[in-house]
Design a protein around this ligand. Structure first.
Ligand code: HEC
Length: 122
């Protein structure tokens, strides 16, 4: 038979160990990722020229190939060689970093994801 530990004791232990249990999440706590991955190619007319300025504005300030930094995202090949990783990072809002303050909008992310979904035409 399992020994029952009183709830009060568990709570006390928790606050002892962690100096306060984590507060329950509030609806507006932290940034949320609202990006939706397109399931089909919705805009086959998109070309690299349409999305290149977005990479320029929101990525290249870090991804320009400096020593010890992230690899460059400056050319078509730089970006498409890593298309899957780029897609995932944008889709899961891990890039651009939330604290980078590039101000990338949902519409801009959607445009890049559309272009990638359509096979990144040059
Ligand atoms: C503020 C600087 C900064 C900006 C802006 C930025 N990145 Fe990054 N990125 C980094 C750094 C640093 C790394 C390497 C460390 C890491 O993985 O977090 C990285 C890594 C990555 C990776 C590889 C991570 C992995 O999953 O292995 C991808 C893909 C990427 N960035 C794409 C982008 C794209 C696309 C943009 C623009 C939409 C962007 N980044 C904007 C700094 C930046």
């Amino acid at each position: 038979m399992a020994r029952r530990v009183p709830l009060k004791r568990l709570l006390g232990l928790c606050s002892l160990l962690t100096l306060g249990c984590p507060a329950p999440p509030t609806p507006d706590a932290g940034p949320t990722c609202e990006v939706v991955l397109p399931e089909v190619c919705g805009n086959p007319a998109l070309r690299f020229a349409d999305v290149q300025p977005l990479f320029q504005t929101h990525c290249v300030n870090c991804h320009y190939g400096q020593l010890g930094g992230p690899w460059p995202l400056t050319s078509y090949m730089d970006i498409t060689d890593w298309a899957d990783v780029v897609r995932d990072d944008i889709a899961f809002c891990s890039m651009p970093p939330a604290d980078a303050g590039t101000g990338m909008t949902l519409a801009e992310k959607a445009l890049i994801l559309d272009w990638l979904r359509c096979g990144f035409p040059q």
